[in-house]
Design a binder for this molecule. Structure first.
Ligand code: DCP
Ligand code: MG
Length: 242
């Protein structure tokens, strides 16, 4: 890829099959490598839908999405999944072990690399305490770990794949504020050359983002840094105040 990681939306609209109204309307932005792009907005605004278009869970109805300057349609599923790590809003673990879950998308990762990913994800502590550690069993759906642990294991899995683009859908909301802050600080180094797109509920998660997109009813109603949006966007002020 010419500029791996860069995600570009060009006038993208999307409606779910069979639905009357589009869920996303004329979305344009560029998420650059080395930068964090945050998406914030009320429930139902279309944040998850927007993220899901990037790994082609759905295809845009209008407009175009490019990764590294190449339209998604020309990239092929393998290239897309090799380049993108997505942590979904409801993260999922498979039946197997912690190690096998982390190696999904990183088959050749060494144990050392897995522990490194766990450390960044603030998950090394509880994994070290489990009997068998990386070999400890995970039940289907990950029902034998807590929601916050599941979220952190899925973040570690995303890191272990070493992609050029990271998509985090509300991945930090189940964490307490301190763990959230530590995790995001730890993410800086491993994601420094990647394009990072974060959907967030909490403003504190994204105040440091290079670019914040405020999504409302499927449209980007404002964009800028935290400071800029505090000055310019009423919608953003309302989110901050809520
Ligand atoms: N929608 C739909 N069919 C789906 C998923 C969503 O019709 N399979 C609709 C429901 C919402 C709109 O699309 O009206 C946007 O949904 P999103 O899940 O994209 O919204 P958010 O991610 O912004 O909401 P939340 O903050 O609750 O996660
Ligand atoms: Mg969502």
């Amino acid at each position: 890829l010419p500029t791996p990681g860069t995600v570009e939306f060009k006038n993208v609209s999307f409606g779910y099959p069979g639905a009357e109204a589009p869920v996303l309307n004329d979305i344009s932005f560029t998420a650059k490598p080395g930068q964090t792009t945050a998406i914030i907005g009320s429930t139902g605004a279309g944040k998850t839908t927007l993220l899901n278009l990037i790994p082609r869970l759905y295809d845009a109805t209008e407009g175009e999405i490019l990764i590294g300057g190449v339209p998604l349609a020309e990239l092929g599923r393998d290239t897309i999944s090799r380049n993108i790590s997505a942590v979904p809003q409801r993260p999922y673990l498979f039946s197997g072990t912690i190690g096998s879950n982390l190696r999904f998308g990183a088959q050749n990762a060494t144990e050392e690399e897995l522990w490194e990913a766990l450390k960044v994800a603030q998950a090394d502590g509880f994994v070290a305490e489990r009997e068998g550690q990386l070999d400890s069993k995970i039940s289907q759906g990950g029902t034998n770990v807590s929601g916050g642990q599941r979220q952190r294991l899925c973040i570690a899995r995303a890191l272990a794949a070493k992609p050029s683009t990271y998509l985090f859908d509300d991945s930090f909301s189940a964490l307490d504020v301190n763990t959230d802050a530590r995790l995001r600080a730890a993410l800086a180094e491993p994601t420094k050359d990647a394009a990072v797109i974060i959907v967030a509920q909490r403003v504190s998660t994204i105040t440091g983002a290079d670019q914040i997109l405020v999504l409302d009813h499927g449209e980007i109603v404002a964009r800028g840094t935290h400071e800029q949006l505090l000055e310019t966007s009423e919608t953003y002020q309302e989110i901050v105040a809520s």
